[in-house]
Design a protein around this ligand. Structure first.
Ligand code: NAD
Length: 479
């Protein structure tokens, strides 16, 4: 079944493979087979990772950094199939999703390579007011004094890591990563690709396992100057409380709406709803988690969502025709099942398709007439569910959309400028995508949320390079 034999893996510290006393197994969610094991890091291992990173000062030129990033991007491209197979093994995501993920990670490295060559300085003339002087102020950006501590989730186990490490390399920083304990194998494969591309080992360490055995050390370590976390709201807020005086980049959960307005083509909108709800098994922070449709378009729209969902092939993640694989584990599938049952039995939602579970495999599920207050859509439900909520007015849809704690992204289906303007102004979100799924982005562009989805500090290669640097100002007597 698996296209490779199980991997007995190690951490990566100073470019070396490092073991620890206990291990944890990683399983293929579709069959439960063991696909590998990784060390459960002890506090000593985390200390060692920070010590080697702290002792090293990176002095790579822009050209050298660009070459490393570009070579890593090329290697990702060459090993696309093998990496996709590895991500599928640890997540149960369909190969169609995981090859797309490898392509996106390649983009991150290629674009970071380009961005590395761009001059990050500015110049300010100072003789610009009556009390000015014939001087000039120059700025440039410097890497952090300390180390970046990065923590990533399971749902895009390669690309989330790429978004942390590529900007760190581009800015001559050192980074210690703790990937998700549910899907750490692709992060280790990426580390090896980076070393092969010429990255000094001390610039990137990977410690594995769950935080149980090393506690808060990664986020409270005295040499961790910045904590870059992507994951759930609960963990993100707990980290924010404990991290203390250091920089924080928090990319947290989402509950993104797709809003289908009265003027929208319902068939085109249905294609976006299906893509947005089921891609990556619905496990994207920016998956479509609530579908609002104007009542005048609802019947045609719902029929088309149903038709397209019925054609989705789901099941064996390795079968080339499979469009959707499993969620991360049986517990996650059970949570989807339980929230859908609750929406149907307690809140009167109508089940149109799906709601069948076999282990970690949960069928693509479509529900109509979902009350916007039920747990299924009030909380983030991380799985392949398309819950449809009908609305009458733009004011009503704005109120419903803004009524949750989240504020990540959104999609709007409308051709009317007035409607687009109104919704863009009113929606409490970090991104508005017109005629696209909420998850649409370029790896370069700013990405991130507000409210419980984040503190407004964005990621994306350009923003991350800013976050990972300090501006140094130099003033010279120079007219
Ligand atoms: P999670 O919060 O459970 O875990 C994320 C990471 O945090 C894992 O590596 C985990 O080991 C670590 N962690 C857990 N407890 C910790 C603690 N006390 N201290 C330090 N680290 C700790 O998230 P998940 O289930 O892996 O991922 C799904 C979540 O991530 C969803 O909420 C999703 O929306 C969110 N997400 C957000 C974005 C974004 O860019 N906004 C992107 C992807 C995923």
């Amino acid at each position: 079944m698996l296209p490779f034999s199980p991997r007995h893996e190690y951490m990566r510290i100073a470019g070396e493979k490092v073991d620890d006393q206990s291990r944890m197994e990683i399983r293929f969610p579709y069959t439960g087979e063991v696909v590998g094991s990784v060390p459960q890091a002890s506090s000593q291992a985390v200390e060692q990772a920070f010590a080697t990173a702290t002792a090293y000062k990176a002095h790579l030129s822009r050209y050298e950094r660009c070459k490393i990033l570009q070579t890593a991007g090329e290697l990702l491209g060459q090993r696309r199939q093998a990496l996709a197979q590895l991500i599928t093994a640890e997540t149960g995501l369909a190969m169609q999703d995981t090859t797309y993920e490898v392509d996106r990670a390649k983009d991150v490295f290629m674009l970071a390579a380009m961005e590395t060559l761009r001059d990050d300085g500015q110049a300010f003339a100072c003789d610009i007011s009556p009390h000015g002087k014939q001087r000039r102020i120059f700025t440039h950006r410097e890497p952090l004094q300390g180390v970046i501590a990065a923590i990533t989730p399971f749902n895009h186990p390669l690309n989330q890591v790429a978004h942390k490490v590529a900007p760190a390399i581009a800015t001559n920083n050192r980074l210690v990563l703790k990937p998700s304990e549910k899907a750490p194998l692709s992060a280790l494969a990426l580390a090896d690709i980076l070393y092969e591309a010429g990255l000094p080992g001390a610039m990137f360490a990977v410690v594995t396992g769950s935080p149980n055995s090393f506690g808060d050390l990664i986020i409270t370590h005295p040499h961790a100057e910045l904590v870059a976390f992507t994951g759930s709201v609960a963990v993100g807020k707990a980290i924010a409380k404990r991290a203390g005086y250091r920089r924080l980049v928090l990319e947290l959960g989402g509950n993104d709406p797709l809003i289908v307005c009265a003027d929208a083509d319902p068939l085109r909108a249905a294609t976006l709803a299906v893509q947005g709800s089921f891609k990556n098994s619905g496990q994207r922070c920016t998956a479509v988690k609530r579908i609002f449709v104007h009542h005048s378009r609802a019947d045609t729209f719902v029929a088309e969502v149903l038709r397209q969902t019925q054609q989705l092939i789901y099941g064996d993640p390795y079968a080339p025709e499979t469009m959707m694989g499993t969620v991360i584990d049986e517990a996650a599938a059970r949570q989807c099942e339980q929230r859908v049952s609750n929406a149907i039995n307690q809140h009167g939602a109508s089940l149109l398709w799906g709601h069948k579970r076999q282990g970690a495999l949960y069928a693509p599920t479509v529900l109509d007439h979902v009350p916007h207050t039920c747990e299924l859509v009030r909380e983030e439900t991380f799985g392949p569910i398309a819950p449809i909520i009908r609305f009458e007015s733009l004011e009503e849809v704005v109120a419903m959309s803004n009524s949750t704690a989240f504020g990540l992204s959104s999609g709007i289906c409308s051709d009317r400028l007035e409607t687009i303007n109104f919704l863009t102004q009113q929606l409490q979100v970090g991104t508005v995508n017109v005629w696209e799924v909420p998850g649409f982005r370029s790896e370069m562009s700013p990405f991130g949320g507000i409210k419980d989805s984040g503190l407004g500090v964005k990621e994306g290669v350009v923003e991350a390079m800013r976050n990972y640097t300090s501006v140094k100002t130099l003033a010279l007597p120079w007219g």
